[in-house]
Design a protein around this ligand. Structure first.
Ligand SMILES: Cc1ncc(COP(=O)(O)O)c(C=O)c1O
Length: 432
């Protein structure tokens, strides 16, 4: 039987590519009805359109290779540090970018080849560098002098590195996710980078193969990426240029992010103007790779009508910190009534004890009632990443859906695990 479609056809470009509304008006992802997933795995739960994720990875990989054959797309794994995602990225021919020992361990555990892993970070510890060097990672992105000193002290064989530069580009994004301007904590201004590169020329083991940069995240125009690429001109020629990630995504129908083709056209046009023809061009998308393929499903705990109508779900800041950090405007839908026109404007709130725990301001919902399954679209990036135990909330499960089958990728944290971090009265006499 034909599906009924979303109550607003514009939602199709916000929800995962393999999401649809079935003949009963129920939202399905990868052929799995979302209310059934909520029942089976509990809520809140992050639900991933696995085929959509794979398609997006291939589109990135093939789209860049068609424009710049000597290229590599690295999954910026901070956006979705889930073992299954690392394994899928590697299987789809992507490299992996990690920003710390934990992400490096996930990448290695997933079976991704070490030579396809890049480690970056502005304050790497000696232990992280030892782990990366011992694992044989493809490149370490040096952020400054401290990295050089630590690597110098531990290397006994050559290690390829990139130098992170500050291209001096400030895209129009929230301050928390702007990383390319003069005052960024990441990388070196171009004159300092130049000096460091010259100094490392004679180093026996630190092998500078190129440059790295990343101007920020949720960038909704392509021109800043072009300016950043052009900024490398004055540093000379290198075999490798990693220009970071940052492409923005549509979180609601008002957003109009550049398409992947527009973005790839723009960066490769700039690269053709300033980079050596045979050099390797690397990009590190996170948000624009995973955001749209992920959603978060909640159950409605109660509906209250006081000064406003409050629809309260069983999650909140603990699993969707982005709403408070970056005023993210997510799109909600009642998953079990996805074809029905909204008739209610409500404050969609979480259960955490903060007024700022507002998932969607003025949410338009179809007859919301206790027990409904409500989904927030496009939460695949940085949602799971930032999940936390606020008010003792347990970190949610992550489920991958494809061809009508669901697979658990991350188990929901248990109260035993939550309590287990604490040194309790059986070990330490706190009360005395
Ligand atoms: C160095 C680096 N590369 C890539 C990314 C991924 O950025 P995005 O998720 O916006 O694509 C980030 C995220 O902040 C980053 O810091």
């Amino acid at each position: 039987m034909a599906g009924r479609g979303f109550h607003d056809p514009r939602l199709e470009r916000i929800f995962p590519p393999n999401a649809e509304v079935n003949a009963q008006g129920v939202l399905e992802v990868g052929g799995c009805p979302v209310p059934e997933l909520a029942e089976q795995y509990g809520t809140p739960v992050y639900v991933i359109d696995e085929e959509g994720l794979r398609e997006r990875m291939r589109a990135y990989r093939d789209g860049l290779a068609a424009r710049w054959p000597n290229s590599q797309v690295a999954f910026a794994s901070k956006s979705f540090p889930v073992l299954a995602a690392y394994a899928i990225a590697a299987a789809e021919g992507l490299a992996i970018d990690v920003a710390g020992a934990g992400e490096l361990l996930l990448a290695l555990e997933s079976g991704a080849p070490a030579e396809l892993i890049h480690l970056h970070g502005n304050a790497k510890s000696r232990e992280e560098l030892v782990l990366a060097v011992d694992a044989g990672v493809g490149a370490i992105v040096l952020d400054g002098e401290a990295d050089v000193e630590r690597l110098h002290a531990l290397l006994t064989r050559p290690q390829d590195v990139l130098i992170r530069i500050i291209p001096g580009v400030n895209p129009r994004v929230p301050k928390a996710i702007s990383t390319g301007g003069e005052t960024s904590k990441f990388g070196l201004p171009i004159p300092q980078a130049k000096e460091l590169i010259a100094r490392l020329e004679s180093h026996p083991f630190i092998n500078v193969v190129g440059l790295h940069m990343h101007i920020g995240s949720q960038v909704l125009e392509v021109e800043p990426f072009q300016r950043a690429v052009e900024a490398v001109r004055e540093l000379g020629e290198f075999p490798v240029y990693n220009i970071g990630g940052g492409l923005g995504v549509n979180y609601n129908v008002k957003h109009d992010a550049p398409s992947l083709d527009e973005y790839l056209d723009a960066i490769t046009a700039a690269a053709k103007r300033v980079l050596p023809g045979g050099s390797r061009l690397i990009i590190e998308p996170g948000r624009s790779l995973v955001a749209r393929t992920g959603m978060t499903a909640y159950r409605v705990n109660n509906v209250k009508r006081t000064g406003a109508t409050f629809v309260a779900v069983d999650g909140g800041l603990a699993d969707q910190l982005n709403v408070a950090l970056m005023n993210m405007e997510f799109t909600p839908i009642v998953a079990n009534r996805a074809s029905t026109q909204p008739d209610t404007v409500a404050q969609l709130v979480g259960r955490q004890c903060e007024s700022g725990d507002l998932l969607v301001d003025q949410a338009e919902l179809a007859a919301p009632a206790t027990g409904d399954t409500i989904v927030l679209a496009a939460t695949g990036a940085y949602g799971y990443t930032l999940s936390n135990n606020y008010n003792g909330a347990l970190k949610p499960a992550v489920v991958f859906c494809r061809d009508g089958e669901s697979r658990l990728a991350v188990r929901r944290q248990t109260y035993a695990e939550f309590l287990g971090h604490h040194v309790g009265p059986s070990e330490e006499a706190w009360a005395s």
